[in-house]
Design a protein around this ligand. Structure first.
Ligand code: SF4
Length: 223
């Protein structure tokens, strides 16, 4: 039986993207395959669970009142072998939060995923280099299986025009809704209102399916 290291399991509200406000059960997996400069998530330590133990644990929550189970992290796809065993045994909608770089792992578990919330990682804010080719391979996999997918872009005032162009190119080609999310420092927005408006206009002038959505859970001071 496979095991996975899990940092925390909690019942809360989705605070980002188009499913904002829905109640979800969050399973935060330890470990990530990349290292973004703005990452403020605590995911390095946790407890090991077998699939049986995790199933038992999630049954202690009021699953009837929960819209979906969010697999988050870290990067949940690092644990695809565990998820392959675990997901077919759950009878709830599955929402995957991913950095959109592990298309082979996605393919292993995609049958059991309902909604994919991926990131477009832009180097100006995440400092991990240009990974749009990896994002493209990831989207192709999601589209091959006709899964719902949208992409979140965390940006600040260093965003470059080529990053905007490349984001729009991918979004248009694969019909992926875009969510612009200004970078936060703690509970404060790290981008000026003027710059946010300017950036939103640059996107919407060329790609209408773009939304500006902040991290709402931070305003309510809930996790
Ligand atoms: S992909 Fe997510 S969890 Fe991984 S380093 Fe970047 S922000 Fe942190």
């Amino acid at each position: 039986m496979k095991t996975a290291q899990i940092n925390e399991i909690f019942d809360s509200i989705q605070g980002e993207g188009p499913y904002i406000g829905y109640r979800q059960l969050f399973i935060r997996f330890c470990g990530c395959n990349i290292n973004c400069a703005y990452c403020d998530t605590e995911f390095k330590t946790g407890s090991n669970y077998t699939t049986e133990e995790l199933l038992k644990k999630i049954k202690t929550f009021d699953l009837e009142s929960i819209h979906s189970i969010s697999l988050t992290g870290g990067e949940p796809l690092v644990h695809f072998e565990f998820l392959k065993e675990f997901l077919p045994r759950i009878n709830k909608k599955i929402y995957l939060e991913t950095n959109g770089t592990m298309e082979h792992a996605l393919e292993e578990i995609i049958e059991n995923i309902d909604i994919i919330s991926m990131d477009f990682k832009i180097d100006s804010s995440s400092k991990i280099g240009d990974i749009f080719m990896r994002h493209e391979d990831f989207i192709k996999t999601a589209r091959k299986y006709e899964k719902e997918i949208f992409a979140k872009i965390v940006f600040d005032e260093k965003i470059q025009d080529f990053e905007i162009n490349e984001s729009i190119r991918l979004a248009e080609k694969y019909k992926v809704p875009l969510i612009l999310q200004p970078r936060m420092e703690g509970n404060n927005i790290a981008v000026s209102t003027e710059f946010i408006e300017k950036t939103m206009k640059k996107f919407t002038a060329r790609y209408l399916d773009t939304r500006l959505i902040g991290q709402v859970h931070k305003f309510f001071n809930i996790r």
